[in-house]
Design a protein around this ligand. Structure first.
Ligand code: NAD
Length: 461
């Protein structure tokens, strides 16, 4: 039986980040991964999605350029695109392995399960190994939820992991779920030429995200203009010879499809993990932890498996926090400062992009909070770039402190960082308004929203 101080199960953004930090802090750690380092995010999530989003960007902006007098007629070499995506993923994965090696972390290839407090059994390609550790960290992530009538087969019915392998460009793609994954991948396949229909059970897009009604309506208009058909209030039921059946208020209907992408959420991976061996519990499938990530004495859970926002950056922050606390406990030093949960941003890579942080704008009025708005159509840089659909919205509390922001428009995923920093640093709208922002740039939109909130709008209102 191998002995170590911390054993981490799962090498995704939660697990590998925790392992690297522990290694840097001089705490012996073993990272056990049954598939590939980097987890869902790097191998079949964030990174390949963004690689395809970036690669297909010229296709998504043809009409904008045409208005400027520049005609683009890009040709798509799907084999090359697939290979490029694979190169990006492999390159970054190699980087993670190097970072772990540099921090002195041992990586063990295999599938781990808890057999008792501080004890793991690991099935490796060459047999079975036992590991005992002072602390065990569960970071096993999540996997796509399948619908009973539409089991994944990788051929006709795709999970997001299948879709990201770019098996083919279907003539007609039906996307089940108008959430984050459905809309991001729907955008990519539409750009590649598929006729895309998004089927969403609720009456709005991105229902779980907290985007404002105004922002959602804007996105809906933009997606429709790109030729994506949106079927809201429609629930997918099952597979037919030619496609999929949906149920709406009007009754049952059949949609034909060459491929169906099911993107109706993700569930935590707990199967075979042996939670019962240590007395840890699951609730709605997620590992129950206390505020210090403890699921049972000496057993911790971080990332998607613990629930909350299923976001890579939230998982990594939990990894860093836990690593610092464990290192402090195991080495009797003091842990680093907390990361504030309310400043976890979300970034959704549609066209336009949608990004949010903190208190949703539509909740502001009910809570008696102030909102400042600035439309993209009033921003010089947006005009120069031919993309004026969108807005900046910020929410401030009674003392003027920034507590929320929503950005819809180009680069929203990058722009939200300033608002997240302002929230975590407890800055006020006045602080934002005082900071000089370069002209003409998109970050000026946040500055203008702060000016609007303070009642002295410059280029709006
Ligand atoms: P989601 O919860 O965002 O969306 C799923 C959607 O499917 C919901 O809108 C739901 O109403 C709908 N739905 C469920 N059953 C249905 C049915 N039978 N017919 C029609 N619609 C149905 O889930 P997701 O898009 O799969 O994403 C999973 C998780 O991964 C989310 O928590 C998301 O935040 C996270 N994620 C985030 C990003 C990002 O931030 N850029 C990217 C990818 C994934």
């Amino acid at each position: 039986m191998e002995r170590t101080r911390v054993a981490i199960v799962g090498g995704g953004p939660a697990g590998y980040v925790a392992a690297r930090r522990l290694g840097q802090l001089g705490v012996e750690a073993v990272l056990i991964e049954r598939a590939q380092l980097g987890g869902t995010c790097l191998n079949e999530g964030c990174i390949p999605t963004k690689a395809l989003y970036a690669a297909t960007s010229p296709l998504g902006h043809r009409e904008t350029f045409a208005r400027m007098g520049i005609s683009l007629s890009p040709e798509v070499d799907v084999d090359r695109l697939r290979a490029w995506r694979a190169e990006i993923v492999a390159g970054l994965r190699g980087g993670v392995a190097k970072l772990l090696a540099k921090a002195g972390v041992e990586v063990l290839s295999g599938e781990a399960s808890l057999v008792g407090p501080g004890r793991l059994r690991v099935r490796t390609p060459s047999g079975e190994e036992g590991i005992s550790a002072e602390a065990v960290v569960l970071a096993t992530g999540s996997s796509p939820i399948a619908l009973p009538g539409l089991p994944f087969d990788g051929e006709r019915v795709w999970s997001s992991s299948d879709a990201l392998l770019l098996p083919r460009i279907p003539e007609r793609l039906v996307v089940i779920g108008g959430g984050v994954i459905g809309l991001e991948l729907g955008t990519v396949y539409r750009r590649l030429g598929s006729a895309v229909v998004v089927v969403e059970a609720l009456d709005r897009l991105l229902p779980g995200v907290g985007v404002s009604r105004r922002g959602e309506a804007l996105l809906r208009r933009a997606l429709t203009a790109q030729g994506i058909e949106l079927r809201l209030g429609a629930r997918a039921e099952g597979l037919t010879a030619d496609g999929v059946t949906i149920r709406t208020a009007q009754g049952r209907e059949e949609l034909s499809a060459d491929a169906i992408l099911v993107a109706v959420g993700r569930r935590p991976r707990l199967d075979g993990l042996g939670l019962e061996a240590v007395g840890a519990k699951g609730e709605r499938g997620f590992v129950v932890t206390d505020a210090a990530f403890a699921a049972a004495p000496g057993v911790y859970a971080i990332g998607d498996v613990r629930g909350g926002w299923l976001l890579a950056h939230k998982a990594s922050h939990e990894g860093l926090l836990l690593a610092d606390r464990l290192a402090a406990e195991l080495t009797s030093s003091s842990p680093s400062a907390e990361v504030s949960e309310e400043a976890v941003p979300q970034a959704i890579f549609t066209q336009p992009e949608v990004a949010l942080v903190g208190i949703p704008v539509d909740e502001a009025a009910a809570r008696g909070l102030a909102v400042g708005r600035f439309p993209l159509a009033a921003l010089g840089r947006a005009w120069a770039q031919g993309e004026t659909e969108g807005h900046f919205q910020i929410v401030a509390d009674g003392e003027g402190r920034l507590v929320g922001a929503e950005i819809v428009g180009p680069h929203a995923s990058d722009l939200i960082a300033e608002a997240a920093l302002a929230i975590s640093a407890r800055l006020t709208a006045h602080d934002l308004a005082r900071a000089v922002h370069a002209h003409p740039t998109f970050p000026e939109g946040l500055w203008e929203a702060a000016l609007a909130l303070l009642g002295r709008p410059l280029h709006s209102g």
